[in-house]
Design a protein around this ligand. Structure first.
Ligand SMILES: Nc1ncnc2c1ncn2[C@@H]1O[C@H](COP(=O)(O)OP(=O)(O)OP(=O)(O)O)[C@@H](O)[C@H]1O
Ligand SMILES: [Mg+2]
Length: 152
């Protein structure tokens, strides 16, 4: 596990970084997106889905908690998850994320709602505001990403 810091200057730069991650995504990946309300987690997820080939509108799965995307819309099945409204971590099993991860990837907003162990092997992106449109990303890069992590 290593850590990377990335300065993002604008929403467009956040989308571009998301597209880069989306292109690198593989089966079994868990990408956890942390940050305050309005930090930019859904914007980053939108960029990732674009990088996976999705060209429709990406809305926050706030009420359903899980929004699955499948072929042919994306090159890899991916579930966009928002755990903000997850009441009890025990309710997590009902979301079927383990199965979804076994054949695709997960992008999860508010992962802390699932408990600390949930992010153990995640690519964990923490987003902090650094002005109206600037953001600082602190990324925990797990071993499974070490050969893939975009060098820049
Ligand atoms: N650099 C940036 N990256 C991402 N979003 C930005 C940036 N600059 C400004 N924004 C704005 O910040 C907001 C981010 O909203 P977004 O829905 O992505 O937040 P979120 O972290 O998913 O919040 P929530 O916890 O409610 O799900 C949007 O209104 C977006 O236009
Ligand atoms: Mg969101």
């Amino acid at each position: 596990m290593s850590e990377a810091m990335i300065e993002i200057a604008s929403e467009a730069a956040m989308l571009a970084f998301g597209r880069t991650l989306g292109r690198l995504l593989e089966r079994g990946d868990l990408v956890a997106l942390s940050g305050d309300l309005g930090a930019g987690k859904t914007v980053l997820a939108r960029g990732m889905l674009a990088g996976l080939g999705f060209d429709g509108e990406v809305t926050s799965p706030s009420y359903a908690l899980v929004h699955p995307y499948d072929a042919p819309d994306v090159r890899l099945p991916v579930s966009h998850v928002d755990l903000y409204r997850l009441g009890d971590p025990a309710a997590l099993v009902e979301l079927g994320l383990g199965e979804a991860r076994s054949y695709g990837a997960l992008i999860v907003e508010w992962p802390e709602r699932a408990g600390a162990a949930f992010v153990a092997d995640a690519l964990h992106v923490r987003i902090e505001r650094d002005g109206p449109s600037a953001r600082r990303l602190t990324v925990a890069v797990p071993r499974s990403w070490e050969g893939r992590w975009p060098r820049r």
